[in-house]
Design a protein around this ligand. Structure first.
Ligand code: PLP
Length: 464
């Protein structure tokens, strides 16, 4: 534990209460309870200001600390780099920037160029801007619309919310940016709400993708430039696309000459047991954005990765002074990000964490499925790698979403037991009912069993 005296710690808590605007939080609860301060982390565990230990099943709350806490080799790599050369605008180059780009591209056949930025939202904005600029340069500005999917999330800026498929996150922030058009979700469990009849498996997968084509036809195919999708929807409830979906998406992308932008901000760099989520499905994107797992939270870094074909479209041409990508991200030039990312990737390789992620992910989903035999409130378990969700329903046959207050009570009960899990709250009215799990890729069988044991106890107490 940090060596603060109790008085020092009280001062920290009071400063937090007085001055911190916590993310995603209605602050009323902090009038009656102290803010929780996380003081220290090691491996899969963190300690709060009272010295209480928590097993972290959500990698820092938002799917980020993929290689676990307290990694001295990353801290040392960042320190050494910062002392040598901390920053110069990315208009020039840096040693870790070049090296990480080379290592990253080696994991992404077909991709070629890396644009550095700081957050997932920012990386997505870069891709949106490139897509728009390509529309201007190649199609006289006509193919300007970008399709996004119901339940997906791409970030916090107004443009990203314009492409946001989670209505509660968007409420009261409009008006939005024009040119973003929604396509239906692909959650088979909720197929009966979509009016396509009683379809399942590949039939459902192809139908959900056909719905994208219907939107394209309704909008006018020559107005649609790109399709932006999460490979596996994260905060919208861990939606693993059904068989047949991605194959049909690939056909549609080709048929209508769309650019395919895959948002790997959550799935990227190992979360699903492959380096990237899209690599489970054999698709070839034009843009891939990533952030959280790139440096596991040891530095702020995001990447927008694209192909050489896209890069070629932006090469200088005489008498075309607007022809290049006129974009900058100040801290895209901070070397802490790629220095941390290089060591983060080296750890994943050295410790064979992709294999561990796949194996422990199966255990996690298996354990949750076993719990669903015991707790009727678990309607469906979904997941890939160490990325799983358990959708809670108050009536299995009717699939009525469980009461949000009770879902939150399960999360709070686990926290009380010293296990941090998440829930898909504040994203979709009525459907904030999926428990979320994303332990670090270093999780052991004992960790996984401890996580699901706490959920077992919490479900028993909250739902009886
Ligand atoms: N894309 C996805 C799929 C996300 O889940 C998030 C954040 O949770 C973002 C983009 C935005 O990333 P950031 O919060 O780093 O801007």
């Amino acid at each position: 534990m940090d060596h603060l005296t109790p008085n020092d710690m009280s001062a920290v808590v009071e400063a937090d209460r007085a001055h911190i605007w916590h993310h995603l939080m209605p602050h009323k609860s902090l009038e009656t309870t102290d803010p929780r301060i996380i003081v220290e982390g090691k491996g899969m565990r963190v300690w709060d200001q009272h010295g209480k230990e928590h097993l972290d099943a959500v990698s820092g709350g938002v799917w980020t600390v993929n290689v676990g806490y307290g990694r001295e080799s990353i801290a040392n790599a960042v320190r050494d780099q910062l002392v040598k050369m901390n920053f110069f605008a990315q208009t020039l180059g840096s040693i870790p920037g070049s090296r990480f780009a080379e290592r990253l591209i080696a994991k992404m056949p077909g991709m070629s160029r890396v644009f550095y930025a700081n957050s997932g939202s920012e990386a997505n904005e870069k891709a949106f801007k490139m897509i728009r600029q390509i529309s201007h340069r190649q199609h006289g500005g006509r193919k300007w619309k970008i399709l996004y999917r119901e339940r997906d999330y791409h970030g916090t800026t107004i443009a990203n919310l314009s492409a946001g498929g989670q209505d509660e996150r968007n409420a009261q922030y409009g008006p939005f940016t024009p040119g973003f058009v929604r396509v239906p979700h692909c959650l088979e469990y909720r197929a009966s709400d979509q009016g396509w009849g009683d379809l399942s498996g590949e039939d459902y997968g192809r139908r959900a993708a056909d719905a994208i084509e219907e939107v394209i036809l309704a909008e006018g195919p020559d107005t649609v430039g790109a399709l932006c999708l999460e490979p596996i929807t994260a905060g919208g409830g861990v939606i693993v696309p059904p068989p047949g979906y991605w194959e049909r998406v690939a056909e549609i992308v080709k048929k209508y000459d769309l650019l395919l932008h895959i948002d790997e901000v959550v799935c990227g760099v190992g979360r699903t047991g492959e380096w990237f989520g899209y690599q489970h499905y054999g698709i070839q994107p034009d843009f891939v954005t990533m952030a959280k797992g790139v440096a596991s939270g040891y530095a702020a870094i995001s990447c927008m990765v694209t192909t050489e074909a896209v890069f070629e479209m932006f090469k200088d041409k005489p008498d075309d002074h607007l022809g290049y990508f006129r974009d900058v991200s100040t801290f895209g030039g901070c070397t802490a990000g790629p220095a941390a990312a290089l060591e983060n990737m080296a750890i994943i390789e050295r410790e064979d964490l992709l294999a561990n992620c796949a194996a422990m992910g199966e255990r996690l989903v298996g354990n949750l499925e076993a719990l669903s035999e015991k707790h009727a409130v678990i309607g469906q378990v979904r997941g890939k790698g160490l990325f799983a969700g358990a959708e809670l329903v108050s009536d299995r046959a009717a699939k009525t979403p469980a009461d949000e207050a009770k879902v939150k009570a399960v999360v709070a009960d686990c926290m009380q037991q010293g296990v941090v899990i998440g829930a898909s709250n504040r994203s979709l009215p009525g459907f904030n009912n999926t428990l979320l799990f994303s332990p670090a890729l270093i999780a052991t069988a004992d960790d996984i069993d401890a996580i699901t044991a706490s959920v077992d106890a919490a479900l028993g107490r909250v739902f009886g």
